[in-house]
Design a binder for this molecule. Structure first.
Ligand SMILES: Nc1nc2c(ncn2[C@@H]2O[C@H](COP(=O)(O)OP(=O)(O)OP(=O)(O)O)[C@@H](O)[C@H]2O)c(=O)[nH]1
Length: 338
């Protein structure tokens, strides 16, 4: 029996992890065992930590690159590891700059066509920003192309964050979506509240089959290639294709033993704003000047939100953006603590 796979796609900060959390909760409610693969552009696993904290679930992770390009060779092995856990359904959360079509080709390839079955490809849009992507990112043709592919490949498109825009804006987004995809189901959501019974229709718990052959054993584990570029790498296709997106990541850490912690919410929020459109997304667990435990901060679509966090490790912040100047970013970051 083939395991159904649901792909979650959509630009940075559009609401994929929010949807994944509800999907996991609904799956558990129905007695389904979900298998989860999360792909993050950055080296640090913010979303995986959120899931482990909120949904108490183990996640298979592919960090520091995108499964549609630099991490593509690792996708089959990760899928095989998940499949060997005998889940009833697999959710794959792609990075915000991934082309879901590339992942579909792997799922339909000879290694998986008999054991996995694509159930849905969902693309989420940030209603507040989606109409401006094409002009805002016009300098990065590959990114604009990828965002178009995210729309074209989906069978369900959720215009999320609809609480932040007018009805007029929603109508404009609908027109834009229909130019790229006439057939996908379209829904307008807040906090990614898609009707989950429709989405999970046809998925039921499997009879356990502990004697089924393992898949991972049949797939060679890819050799881990450690990039010579420690961070701030570029997302893109293989080097030979010559088509690189200009989106990269920079991870910022906190100064050790800072005698006075000077980072306030306001300072951090103006730090985000100061980079304009070049900073597309930031997220991390940060230590603020009031002391106390670290807080989860999310900067997406120009808005900052804060949540409590039980993250036990050292604080950090992952920044994702176009043509990020790592040196300048790190210098400005260090100045926040002086
Ligand atoms: N106002 C508002 N905020 C939302 C909505 N949906 C999600 N958010 C917030 O937007 C931020 C980003 O949401 P995520 O679910 O992490 O987005 P994502 O697509 O997983 O982000 P990446 O994995 O970084 O690409 C979080 O702070 C969410 O709480 C919504 O409908 N309205």
């Amino acid at each position: 029996m083939q395991t159904p796979v649901i792909l979650l796609s959509g630009f940075l900060g559009s609401g994929k992890t929010t949807l994944l959390l509800s999907l996991i909760q609904e799956s558990k409610r129905r007695g389904l065992r979900p298998g989860i693969l999360m792909n993050e552009l950055g080296k640090r696993d913010v979303d995986g930590t959120i899931l482990e904290e909120h949904a108490d679930i183990q996640v298979e992770k592919l960090l520091d690159g995108c499964v549609c390009c630099s991490r593509k060779s690792e996708l089959p092995y990760s899928l095989a590891l998940l499949q060997d856990q005998r889940p009833d359904v697999i959710y794959i959360e792609l990075t915000g700059v991934a082309d879901p079509y590339e992942i579909k080709t792997v799922l339909h390839g000879p290694e998986f066509r008999n054991c996995l079955k694509l159930h849905h490809t969902i693309t989420l849009l940030d209603a507040e920003n989606a109409l401006e992507y094409a002009s805002r990112f016009s300098a990065d043709k590959r990114l604009v192309q990828t965002l178009r592919k995210q729309l074209e490949t989906a069978d369900l498109i959720a215009v999320n964050k609809s609480d932040l825009v007018s009805r007029d804006m929603l109508a404009k987004i609908e027109n834009m979506v229909r130019k790229h995809n006439m057939t996908a189901k379209l829904t307008f959501t807040t906090y990614s509240r898609i009707p989950l019974p429709d989405l999970l229709q046809g998925i039921s718990p499997k009879a356990s089959n502990s004697h089924a052959p393992t898949v991972a054993g049949a797939i060679t584990k890819p050799v881990q290639v450690h990039s010579a570029i420690p961070d701030g790498h570029r997302h893109g296709a293989s080097e030979t294709s010559g088509s690189f997106s200009r989106v990269g990541t920079v991870t910022l850490t906190f100064p050790r033993q800072s005698p006075e912690r000077k980072l306030s919410r306001e300072r951090l929020e103006s730090f985000f704003q100061s980079w304009g459109d070049s900073l597309m997304r930031a997220k991390g667990h940060v230590a603020l000047d009031q002391g106390g435990p670290v807080r989860l901060v999310q900067y997406a679509g120009g808005r900052t939100s804060w949540e409590d966090s039980r993250y036990p490790g050292s604080p950090y912040l992952v920044c994702i953006g176009m043509d990020l100047n790592e040196t300048q970013l790190k210098e400005t970051w260090a100045a926040l603590f002086r």
